[in-house]
Design a protein around this ligand. Structure first.
Ligand code: NDP
Length: 234
């Protein structure tokens, strides 16, 4: 297996673990970054997913180097937490633009080549918060819940062309994003996780490579939680 794989935000955190997992199984992997460059062994393409033009240019670069993108992982994401009453329109739309509209731009651009090839695997990195909600996370939760609607609509539109669209919903994983949380909030979250620990980036990556594998060819429109049981019942 040596497919052309693109992971947005694959320069660090969960995205990097996903990129490395695909590379380890022999795929040709490109990652987007916003100026940091790509880690060793991965093709780096500069791209801010809030710009459709940058998304288009990044895909063109990957296509020239590795061929049409066959597996795309919409992983790039941000948080900008604050309580509802304090959240500005700008804070809401900025997070939606990066997380949800960004994922839409990436999936849309990827679908072009996938339709031609009659093969494609699209994976969206959502969050347990998309289903459970999170105090102070109206913007983030909305963006992550929206991904489910996007994925399921794509699953219906493109299912007959051998293109799947699935969602991975991580729980609490230790990365720069979660390091930024205050300690008491971290302890609070941990107390609710049946597994009693944080997840690792590799555990998220394993779910993503599975959904992109031949073994998962009949799975589409699914939401796969990788959260130590935190979101059960949703
Ligand atoms: P990090 O903050 O460690 O990394 C975020 C990544 O997204 C970086 O590569 C960053 O690029 C990229 N990014 C952010 N905004 C943009 C943008 N506008 N255009 C292109 N790239 C962008 O986060 P994580 O690795 O923790 O999170 C990865 C994904 O997993 C996110 O979607 C997050 O919501 C989700 N997630 C994380 C959880 C966790 O516990 N960590 C739990 C549930 C979901 P750059 O380096 O240029 O800033």
């Amino acid at each position: 297996m040596s497919r052309s794989v693109l992971v947005t935000g694959g320069n660090r955190g969960i995205g990097l673990a996903i990129a490395r997992a695909f590379a380890a199984q022999g795929d040709k992997v490109a990652v987007t970054h916003r100026g940091s460059g790509a880690p060793e062994g991965l093709l780096g393409v500069k791209c801010d997913v809030t710009s459709a033009d940058e998304v288009d240019a990044a895909f063109a670069e990957v296509e020239a180097a590795h061929g049409p993108v066959e597996v795309v992982v919409a992983n790039a994401g941000i948080t900008d937490d604050t309580l509802l009453l304090r959240m500005s329109d700008e804070q809401f739309t900025r997070v939606l633009d990066a997380n949800l509209t960004g994922a839409f731009r990436v999936a849309k651009r990827a679908s072009r080549g996938m339709l031609r090839k009659r093969y494609g695997r699209i994976v969206f990195i959502s969050s347990v918060v998309g289903q459970m909600g999170g105090a102070g996370q109206v913007n983030y939760a909305a963006s992550k819940a929206g991904m489910v609607g996007v994925a399921r609509s794509i699953a219906r539109e493109l299912g007959s062309r051998n293109i799947t669209a699935n969602v991975v919903a991580p729980g609490f994983v230790t990365t720069d994003m979660t390091d930024a949380l205050p300690d008491d909030r971290k302890q609070q979250i941990l107390a609710q996780v049946p597994a009693g620990r944080y997840g690792t980036t590799e555990e998220i990556a394993a779910a993503v490579t599975f959904l992109a594998s031949d073994a998962a060819a009949y799975i589409t429109g699914a939401v796969l939680p990788v959260d130590g049981g935190l979101g059960m019942g949703h």
